[in-house]
Design a protein around this ligand. Structure first.
Ligand code: SAH
Length: 348
């Protein structure tokens, strides 16, 4: 049992079975999340006997650093190893300090699965197939290790790393509750965004959660024809079902969601798609995040030139849709999903 995958009350229950008093759980979690202890050995105000017992019953670390890459724009990418040897990626995206910006976000992008089963044609994460779901502890520990390694206080979470969060719903939600808990990270639910490939059942389920977690939907096409060519999930959940689920989310939560739209040259960057996307965004009251495609070696897709991206954005703005064109960070460190892991695995 890994401590970082447990709620306070679950840990208290486990400790009670070991004959420990109720306050022990809080004491222990303080060592983990406030003092950032890396071993039970370091927990100096616990007796040696208890420390030994804890080390027998529980584990503390779920991920460990293999390599770190620093991009010139301050994005840092970590390759972490799990206890079974699997590799996953985590990215720290610091806010870009600018004269006009008061943004102090320190964002961590976490992975939720080893590999991915959804096979989007432009994405590196699924190229070697799907291996397994991450446990809640493995998700939480990505944030914990990032804080420890960088000495930054993380205050924003995006679930946009490797894997599909709604295909690992229980563990992802458990991890987000732990990241949200005052005894752990205390990160507000509004500072958490889950990004989905478009699992309609997951979107509806998230809408029912009491936590005000933000939702991003990877659209990448505005018609079944275009989306279906690049995202196999569109066969199972076609656009009309997807948009209906988004409408349900927006109405239930009373909140805006985000459509992510990667711009891929001559695949989905046609002006006609921009008009259809605008209509869809209006229908569900969504913002649009345009992301020039990050080319993946061997996949052969390209990003449109800057002007083309600007025109696409302009069409959305003319239709009064809030649309940002992302300056992609970390391109020089292979920060696109799954690229670093792939480079490392293929190099070995
Ligand atoms: N499975 C989830 C979350 C992980 S992917 C999802 O599909 O949303 C996070 C985002 O990165 C998605 O929008 C995905 O489509 C996008 N992405 C994947 N490969 C990319 C690439 N090569 N360039 C730009 N964005 C990419």
């Amino acid at each position: 049992m890994n401590i970082k995958g447990l709620y306070l009350e679950e840990l208290a229950k486990q400790l009670a079975l070991l004959g420990e008093p109720a306050y022990r759980a809080e004491q222990l979690l303080q060592w983990v999340y406030v003092k950032q202890a890396e071993s039970f050995e370091q927990m100096s105000n616990l007796s040696a006997a208890l420390r030994a017992k804890l080390a027998e019953e529980f584990t503390l670390n779920a991920v460990s650093e293999v390599t770190t890459r620093h991009a010139t724009d301050t994005t840092e990418k970590f390759l972490f190893q799990l206890n079974d040897g699997s590799l996953i990626e985590t990215v720290l995206i610091p806010a870009t300090p600018g004269l006009t910006s008061t943004d102090d976000r320190q964002t961590v992008c976490v992975s939720t699965q080893v590999g991915c089963a959804f096979g989007c044609k432009f994405c590196a994460s699924g190229l070697d197939g799907f291996k397994r779901n991450l446990s809640a502890a493995e998700i939480v520990d990505q944030v914990w290790q990032t804080q420890k390694l960088t000495k930054e206080k993380v205050n924003n979470i995006v679930v946009m790393g490797m894997g599909e969060p709604f295909a690992n719903y229980e563990n992802v939600l458990r991890a987000l509750r732990i990241l949200n808990a005052p005894w752990a990270f205390g990160i507000g639910a509004r500072k958490m965004t889950v990004s989905t490939v478009g699992i309609v059942t997951g979107i509806r389920r998230l809408a029912e959660e009491p936590m005000q977690i933000r939702l991003a939907v990877s659209l990448h096409g505005a018609t079944d024809d275009v989306r279906g060519k690049i995202m196999p999930i569109n066969r199972k959940f076609p656009m009309n079902e997807l948009v209906a689920a988004c409408e349900y989310y927006a109405a239930t939560k009373g909140k805006m969601l985000t459509f992510e739209y990667i711009l891929i040259k001559d695949v989905n960057d046609m002006i006609e798609q921009a008009h259809k996307l605008a209509a869809m965004a209006r229908r569900v009251h969504a913002k649009v995040n345009l992301i020039p495609h990050n080319p993946v070696e061997g996949l052969g897709w390209q990003r449109p030139d800057r002007d083309r991206c600007k025109v696409f954005q302009h069409v959305l703005r003319q239709a009064a849709i809030s649309a940002t064109l992302r300056i992609d960070k970390g391109a020089d460190i292979a920060a696109a999903c799954g690229q670093l892991r792939l480079q490392c695995e293929r190099a070995t």
